[in-house]
Design a protein around this ligand. Sequence first.
Ligand SMILES: [Zn+2]
Length: 338
Amino acid sequence: MDLRGVKCSFKWILVSISLILVSCNNDSTTNSSSATVNSVKAAPAAPIFNSDSAFAFVKRQTDFGPRIPNSVSQSKCAIWLAANMKQFADTVIVQSFQTRGFDGKTLNGKNIISSFNPTKGNRVLLCSHWDSRPWADQDSIDKDKPIDGANDGASGVGVLIEVARQLSIAKPDVGVDIIFFDIEDYGQPEDSKFPEMEDSYCLGSQYWAKNLHTPNYFARYGILLDMVGAAHATYTQEGTSNRYAPAVVDMVWKTANDIGYSDYFVFDKTKPIIDDHYYVNLLAQIKMVDVIQYDLSSRSNFWKHWHTHGDTIDKIDKNSLKACGQTLLQVVFNELVD
Ligand SMILES: [Zn+2]
């Protein structure tokens, strides 16, 4: 995601937003005339998210090395991601594309799109980016070398692969699409010598939003994961999500709190950022929120190892993966309640 975008985004003019209704009502006490003393809200049963499995999926990605555009690691990881998702999903589409970076280079990308219940009209969209940053521009050493991106990239994808594995075992009632966006993190470094390029981050999601994988594709709402795997992470209610999809923010954070993840999903409202969800909202007009770590103590307010060589697999914490993955499964299975 784009730190400079954070600054730019303060200039945004607020527009009125129509609230969408999301079917997140899991209050089973309201429709039962024979309710007993049990006043605890019963959430529909969701599969149990396996954080060991999710961690293994994160590590498998980092084992390929940095997944940067036009690299062998990128090609190998894309093949593995698609093959892996074909085990779990009903359909998998690899959307290959070319785009241009701020440095003028032609970049080859692959968005990997997996669907459950592809014919259902009621759909939920879950996303993360799978590329890693080609530079460590926030580091003090080896700034020109790529990073592992264990948290910034692989963590969200690892969670979503495990979600997919669970959905292959216990089929959801709703349609679910899982997209791994490529080339999110080729954004222009702050000290770049090239002319400033607008919208240099999130090239894969921009391409997808302008070239939907099926005509007239629509999801009722979406959830993006980015940097979700660090120990004791807190995910605040970030401003772009609040601007475009406030009802979805409320629903996701409430769901997380209802199932015990109040330490992670905190209700603080924080400044807007540019991430893949911005373009999904803006260009595809799907109301998508971003679950991303906020750290008040770091300079960027992102995770302290953001865009440094410290973004490695040893920083990934299974409890954080669990908090996100179990919340997503609960959101999906709450869709059983109409
Ligand atoms: Zn990044």
